[in-house]
Ligand binder design. Structure first.
Ligand SMILES: C[S@@+](CC[C@H](N)C(=O)[O-])C[C@H]1O[C@@H](n2cnc3c(N)ncnc32)[C@H](O)[C@@H]1O
Length: 270
């Protein structure tokens, strides 16, 4: 079943807003991607892999994927399959890949949801980089989407999910607005009950703090794009009351960790 997040992506409402959001948090994501790459390399070396077949769930415009592929392809032979529920970012993805001269590693493009996906290959690495918010059925007893990762992994394969944890400014705003959103805490709980073997690596971006988002009692202009995506409309279209409530909530936060975009890297093994 489709959730509202998946639906808005499909209908192309979030792409432009997400681009601005993503540009704002890019320094944090760069750090997280570096850690993810080093974890993948460690795993592949431990299992003496010299080639890696990758499936990327919710690959989007490739903001995360392309730097990962660029780095891994220097050390390993890569075969890469793209999967996204919406088709509207595929062209941007291909452009990024061409700019980085990575065309030769491209394999299949699946424009479908992870829930509906049914392919004939197994993968050494299955990635979900900030895409699990749109995936359903991870608690379901039938066709469970977390167990599905295991099903599509090779014997020594690894699943890698990067997802926000609960005490995070981005999660909090979405929840405050009444949208349901999954956090890493929810997924970890589900994995325990499904007996999935996993490792968790917490990620924080230490250079972000309250003043990254606020100057005194004002939202920083540079952060408009950040809030626009979370409110699912351009910052200028937010109402006065909405902005005041946002300000109050941000000013009241005492824990700096909240502003450091805390995520978890969850590694899943067969
Ligand atoms: C926040 S974007 C992340 C894109 C990319 N991984 C990145 O890090 O820049 C989430 C992506 O997940 C995709 N998505 C959402 N629900 C999905 C689902 N159920 N199956 C596959 N893709 C999904 C969206 O279309 C969107 O491209």
């Amino acid at each position: 079943m489709e959730n509202s997040y998946q639906k808005t992506w499909k209908e192309n409402q979030l792409v432009e807003l997400y681009d601005k959001f993503r540009r704002f948090i890019d320094p944090a994501e760069k750090e997280y991607i570096k850690i993810l790459i080093s974890e993948i390399e460690k795993h592949c070396r431990a299992h003496k892999m010299d080639s890696i077949r990758i499936l990327d769930i919710g690959a989007g415009a490739g903001h995360s994927t392309v730097p990962i592929l660029a780095s891994l392809s220097k050390k390993f032979k890569i075969e890469y399959d793209y999967l996204d529920v919406s088709s509207n970012q595929k062209q941007e993805f291909i452009k990024e890949v061409k700019d980085n001269k990575l065309q030769k590693i491209l394999g299949d493009f699946w424009i479908t949801s992870w829930e509906k996906f049914s392919g004939g290959k197994k993968y050494d690495l299955i990635l979900s980089y900030h895409s699990w918010y749109g995936i359903t059925d991870w608690q379901s007893p039938r066709n469970n989407t977390l167990l599905k990762i295991k099903k599509y992994l090779t014997k020594n394969g690894m699943g890698a999910i990067v997802i926000n944890s609960r005490n995070n400014i981005t999660q909090d705003i979405v929840l405050e607005r009444g949208e349901k959103i999954v956090s890493s805490e929810n997924l970890l709980e589900a994995m325990k009950s499904l007996d999935i073997f996993f490792l968790k690596k917490p990620l924080y971006y230490f250079n972000f703090n309250k003043s990254t988002f606020l100057t005194g009692e004002k939202i920083k202009r540079s952060a408009y794009g950040f809030f626009g995506y979370l409110y699912r409309k351009p910052f200028g279209e937010m109402g006065k009351l909405e902005k005041e409530k946002l300000m109050r909530n941000l000013l009241n936060r005492k824990d700096d960790c909240y502003f450091k975009i805390p995520c978890d890297l969850i590694e899943i093994f067969k």
